[in-house]
Design a protein around this ligand. Sequence first.
Ligand code: ADP
Ligand code: MG
Length: 316
Amino acid sequence: ATPAATMVGSTLGAQNGVLFKGGDILERAKDVDTVVFDKTGTLTTGEMTLTDVVALEGEPAAADGGDAATDGGALATRESLDEDAVLRLAASAERDSEHPLAQAIVAGAEERGLELADPDAFENVPGQGVRATVDGREVLVGNRRLLEEHGVDPSPAGDEMERLEREGKTAMLVAADGETVGVVADADSVKESSTEAVATLQERDLDVMMITGDNERTARAVAERVGIDPDNVRAGVLPEDKADAVEDIQSDGRKAMMVGDGVNDAPALAVAYVGTAIGSGTDVAIEAADVTLMRDDPLDVVKAIRISEATLQKIK
Ligand code: ADP
Ligand code: MG
């Protein structure tokens, strides 16, 4: 773009809450053919609340017909905790985590008047969950991968996990001393304009996709709500793999705009043809991005593309 066009575009952008980091970005945005949205905090509000606490029934070794009990002849007993006990363990383990999922669990426990324990040996496992010692018990809170990697079988919670995930919630397993004892679920809501933003982009013949660390079922439930084709959803993507996923999408010559808010999204924003950060997102994301949307509005993605088009048409 000429300096004059850049100035016009930048000014127009600023008036609309869309900040472009320079003239070449302004020029590039109009050539985007694919928009890849992060889910949490981008299409959804990211303001999580605790919605469900499930305590699994204990399974005495003598129970007849129980798969777990007969499996390999092992005396698989699972102790039965009540909901408050499950939530208290989970919230105590999550106390030192800054993850929004964790903060919602802690807030939910406090709202229910539970007294939390001080965890020892807290460990954050990015993209999976947390591990901590609570009252001398080894507690895990997180996804299936977290439990499996610690040698804990998540299958006793399978049905409950599925049910909650179909509702679009992020369901997290709670394990104590090597046994799955319950499930807690958090949910946030889809931003008001997400559906319209997706539809408008699709009307303009752009492919709209979603990348998330969340599981497949939850991701698809949210995708369905906002109108993204389930085939265009990449779920269960670890933070360090988000950039690879964007590179993979671009490997056939696509020009992708990645839109995200989190620290996790920064590398993906950097490799995308255009990286777009949500203004209320983390500084790391904003630094890595080419465009910043000052409002939290996904519709401003459309604005960014339109401003780029309008600016460059003016100079032709
Ligand atoms: P997102 O991409 O949605 O921001 P993350 O990559 O941070 O998600 O995490 C991916 C998944 O790992 C979450 O959906 C959740 O199942 C699990 N997880 C991550 N952090 C935590 C935590 N502190 N407590 C429980 N589960 C967690
Ligand atoms: Mg996010």
